[in-house]
Design a protein around this ligand. Structure first.
Ligand SMILES: [Zn+2]
Length: 650
């Protein structure tokens, strides 16, 4: 029997055989739903009063941002069609069975199968979050009705169970958790379900969903109250998702302080203590078990002002993004941090970088940016969005990936619509429902334009809209138009992010070049006043640059502007593309490169007349390079072995 290297696949395959075996903490990935307060709807003012710290910048409510045609809208729409296609009675099936209510629906497959110990995480959790987010992002009333219908059925199930418990698996799973007998991740699943309901309340106005969420929190309280601190800490050895975060959010929404106290029971001392001391003891840990704990810490700081929690979140983010992330912004290899800080060159495999980890790191980034809006956070966010998120959803059927492989020669694998429901299916469904949530932030008198994505933001308090038209990244820049409802001048400053990768740049207002610009990784501030029809044109030239491994610069990725480029090789079969969690089979043998190690232009050249197309000269053949997010059906290479050309040292 595997011990502390027990993987998720083994868990799924061996659940029955392992029942009763000693429980070990190495379970599953976590994810957390959309932060409630940051995107609160009609209750925003009440919730804001419960924030204990000053947000220097806040995101616009999702409902005030709309995507315009482009790659983000394509991804959103694929996700939306997929969410529409999942019938409510199939989602509700295992909940009804658990509650003793009849159901003749065909059960869902994958991790929602009736014998999966994680059942319910998507069906009653991520799905509701995705629906709520899509409703806020698009105004899709039909989808909201599906979400409302599911909330109603689940409320019936909860009522049937009488004590506030709501799950698609029996409450006995929590006996096993308490007794430290092997079980998958019960609180992880409960987190998703509470978060889904809270999102349906805050983003889609479903009052019944808040009632259900509060009753669930009441059950969590009654379950955990008899446990000693030490016993609860042992329970926290089993993956528990974003329980701390969602209970903080429940306090923020309701003002009931008991939820803040309940959230604190999910403070995992063994994980937080080294971070408080600024020690990186992350090696060996299951990555996505940890990131949601840190999001919870950030949220706790925001609601209590206790600086220890901010320190934990800040140190963790700095350490992971600087020492443990790859060129795509992703982190983890086979779901773990397997090495010391900065040692990544030997940490490449077919299962490098789980998608949930990228989702959660982006989510954490939004918190830190709001507290101190520095461009380097959004540089990271953009890198992860364009390379690790876009390109991991199938534009046809909305299915998503589990891992983004970074070892050379592998390929992308997508889940099946009704037979996957992995953790990453869930976070993917949320990710592509909330592409609107970070493009723009604001403070009292200014707008931050963080991301170059075709979209429009409405700021009702200022009676102004900003319309962003761009084909970025095919277009190296963007155009913003001020749309004002009234002829008065609009006294708002506009901060434009100048990315870390910009090779110079310029800005025009109403076709006049301004004699100002800003340095890389900062914001260029244009002060108003503005009037209806004013046009800002921002030019951000891209160039080729390399992204070497921190511990071996001869292993390097090639980037163009924000984009990771991938060498494109043989096409894979539909079977290879939809089998397993990650690629199974032989990778393409990617040729090595002989060139100047520190000069990517010595071996990669743009193809003239074809935007975002490049050609690499390797030892054996010329290879076409395109953005990684465009490779959907081919074997590919992101990291290359670059050997020094003759006469060059190193
Ligand atoms: Zn995952």
């Amino acid at each position: 029997m595997a011990s502390d290297k027990f993987t998720r696949r083994q868990f799924v395959a061996g659940t029955t055989a392992m029942a009763g075996a000693a429980l070990l903490p190495d379970a599953l990935c976590g994810a957390a739903s959309q932060d409630t307060v940051l995107n609160a709807g009609s209750n925003a003012a009440q919730s804001a009063a419960r924030e204990s710290v000053h947000w220097q910048a806040l995101p616009f409510p999702i409902k005030e941002v709309r995507l315009l045609p482009g790659p983000c809208q394509d991804a959103q729409e694929a996700n939306r069609r997929y969410m529409h296609s999942i019938p409510v009675d199939r989602l509700a099936h295992s909940f009804r069975m658990t509650a003793g209510l009849p159901s003749s629906a065909q059960p869902l497959g994958g991790w929602e199968k009736p014998d999966s110990e994680l059942r319910g995480h998507f069906a009653g959790g991520h799905y509701l979050s995705a629906v709520a987010l899509l409703y806020a992002s698009t105004g899709d009333e039909d989808l909201k009705k599906q979400g409302d219908a599911l909330v109603a059925v689940l409320a019936d199930c909860q009522k049937e169970m009488k004590n506030g418990y709501l799950s698609a698996f029996p409450v006995e799973f929590f006996d096993r958790l308490r007794d430290r007998v092997k079980v998958w991740a019960p609180f992880y699943t409960i987190h998703k379900i509470i978060a889904g309901h809270l999102d349906m309340y805050t983003l889609a106005g479903n009052q019944q969903a808040l009632d259900t969420a509060e009753k669930m929190a009441g059950w969590v309280d009654s379950w955990s109250t008899p446990l000693s601190y030490e016993h609860m800490q042992r329970v926290l050895g089993t993956e528990f998702g974003g329980m701390g975060e969602v209970l903080c959010n429940l306090y923020a929404v309701t003002g009931k302080r008991q939820y803040l106290g309940l959230a604190r029971r999910f403070d995992h001392a063994q994980f937080f203590d080294p971070l408080t001391a600024h020690r990186d003891e992350l090696k060996g840990l299951h990555v996505n078990t940890q990131i949601p704990k840190v999001i919870g810490a950030a949220r706790r700081y925001e609601l209590t002002g206790d600086p220890r929690y901010r320190d934990v979140a800040q140190y963790f983010w700095d350490e992971v993004t600087s020492e443990r992330c790859y060129c795509t912004g992703g982190t983890s290899n086979d779901e773990h941090w397997g090495s010391d800080p900065g040692k990544l060159s030997k940490e490449l495999g077919p299962e490098t970088t789980e998608d949930c980890c990228a989702y959660n790191m982006m989510k954490l980034t939004r918190h830190l940016f709001g507290l101190a809006p520095s461009a380097h956070y959004m540089d990271y966010y953009e890198r992860t969005l364009w390379n690790h998120r876009l390109g991991t959803i199938d534009p046809q059927d909305g299915t998503t990936m589990y891992y983004l492989p970074l070892a050379s020669g592998y390929w992308k694998v997508f889940g099946k619509p009704f037979d996957a429901f992995w953790c990453c299916t869930g976070t993917g469904a949320e990710e592509f429902a909330k592409l609107t949530d970070t493009i723009y932030f604001h403070d009292d008198n200014s707008i931050y334009v963080n991301l170059y994505v075709a979209s429009e933001v409405n700021w009702p308090e200022k009676k102004v809209r900003l319309r962003q038209e761009t084909q970025f990244p095919r277009q190296q820049g963007t155009k913003l138009t001020v749309v004002a409802e009234r002829p008065l001048s609009i006294d708002v400053a506009i901060h434009l992010r100048i990315p870390y990768w910009a090779e110079g740049g310029s800005v025009k207002v109403n076709r006049q070049v301004l004699p100002v610009f800003a340095s890389r990784s900062s914001y260029l501030t244009l002060r108003g006043p503005w009037k209806n029809g004013d046009i800002i044109e921002l030019s951000l030239p891209m160039g080729l640059h390399r992204h070497p491994m921190p511990d071996d610069e001869t292993i390097q990725a090639v980037m163009y502007g924000p984009l990771v480029l991938a060498g494109k090789f043989d096409a894979v079969t539909p079977e290879m593309r939809s089998t397993g969690y990650g690629p199974q089979g032989t990778p393409f043998k990617v040729p090595e490169v002989t060139a100047k190690v520190d000069d990517v232009s010595s071996w990669v050249q743009p193809v003239s007349g074809q935007p975002l197309s490049f050609r690499a000269a390797t030892q054996e053949q010329a290879v076409d390079l395109v953005p990684l997010n465009q490779v959907l059906q081919n074997k590919y290479a992101v990291y290359w072995k670059v050997n020094a050309a003759k006469g060059q040292v190193g």
